[in-house]
Design a protein around this ligand. Structure first.
Ligand code: SF4
Length: 328
């Protein structure tokens, strides 16, 4: 298996695999997963050691979204019976941040549904929140607010925002199958702007939408080219009422292989396992780190519950992994 030797060499030297090499790796049968994991574990340890990034989110504005992302329970186009609410106040967001800090999270992200922040009032709430977080919590301040204008991103940065999250979700080729209400280029544009403004940029995707390996690798190549700092990896947890409610779940080994291929394409980046971890990985959750992840979201996801935080903390202890502190 020459591809594994090449993956190890290019992983340890930080160069990573090209798209065609990643395709060759992905073509290895699932029976080879433990050989793949023995490579990704070495690569992760070389670049990330035994520390893991823990992040936590608050859903600050839920549902009522005009977009039609076929996996998402927050779209107004689907009947999903989620809790819908407009932007909550600064105090509620800061309270959620304080709670998240007590669970060991190093990064806290304010997430809002939709692709835009349309109201002045909502921007003022975000600015007030960020200023208050600067005073009250030590965690890194992140937000996921859609396709924002440069001026709004600049204002938020000035108020204390450090990281910006915006997922591409899938490849450009597959994107029209999952969203028809905005263009992929708009997503790329906001990532480029956030990079230009000096944010630590998180951008990844959701897997299990019916995409092929070629789509997954195309997405990873795009992220590599954009030089994003962190890649959040989500696995579809099919939501009742969405077009993908009947989608077949990926197997836990499929999920591990997706993480592994991303690690071997981008050896030095942060890879954070987010939504769908418990559903996608089930009892194989501890293997996400051997597969190359160096972070995970803890607590609840946007519209679905996460795993018990004590169970996650215990898992890290049992694996000999340590939560990473804040750098500044
Ligand atoms: S993923 Fe975001 S933009 Fe798409 S429907 Fe859900 S909330 Fe709206």
């Amino acid at each position: 298996m020459d591809i594994l030797k090449k993956a190890l060499q290019n992983g340890l030297n930080g160069q990573g695999l090209s798209g065609p090499d990643a395709m060759a790796l992905a073509a290895l049968p699932n029976d080879n997963i433990y050989e793949i994991l023995s490579v990704t574990d070495k690569v992760r340890r070389r670049h990330k050691g035994m520390e893991v990034n823990l992040c936590s989110i608050v859903n600050a504005k839920s549902g009522l979204c005009k977009e039609d992302c076929s996996f998402c329970a927050q779209s107004i186009k689907y009947n999903t019976a989620i809790k819908e609410y407009p932007m909550v106040g600064a105090e509620a967001i800061v309270d959620a941040a304080v709670k998240a800090e007590s669970t060991g999270a190093r990064e806290f992200s304010i997430v809002t549904s939709g692709t835009k922040i349309e109201k002045e009032k909502d921007v003022s709430i975000l600015i007030e929140t960020l200023k208050s977080m600067r005073e009250t919590v030590g965690m890194e301040r992140c937000a996921s607010l859609g396709i924002l204008k440069r001026e709004v991103l600049e204002d938020l940065k000035e108020s204390g925002l450090e990281s910006y999250h915006h997922n591409l979700e899938t490849s450009a080729s597959f994107f029209p199958n999952i969203c028809t209400t905005h263009r992929y280029e708009e997503d790329i544009e906001v990532i480029k702007t956030a990079k230009e403004l000096g944010f630590y940029v998180c951008s990844g995707g959701i897997f299990g939408l019916g995409e092929s390996w070629a789509d997954r690798i195309e997405l990873a190549e795009t992220l590599k080219k954009l030089e994003v700092d962190s890649i959040p990896v989500n696995f579809l947890n099919p939501r009742p009422g969405t077009p993908l409610e009947g989608a077949k779940n990926l197997t836990p080994i499929d999920c591990l292989k997706i993480i592994a291929v991303i690690r071997l394409m981008m050896p030095v980046k942060d890879i954070v396992i987010c939504g769908g971890r418990n559903v996608g990985l089930r009892d194989l959750q501890p293997l996400i780190f051997a597969a190359g992840a160096n972070g995970m979201m803890i607590g609840n996801y946007l519209t679905t519950p996460g795993r018990d935080i004590e169970a996650d903390t215990q898992m890290l202890k049992d694996l000999g992994l340590k939560p990473r502190g804040v750098d500044r």
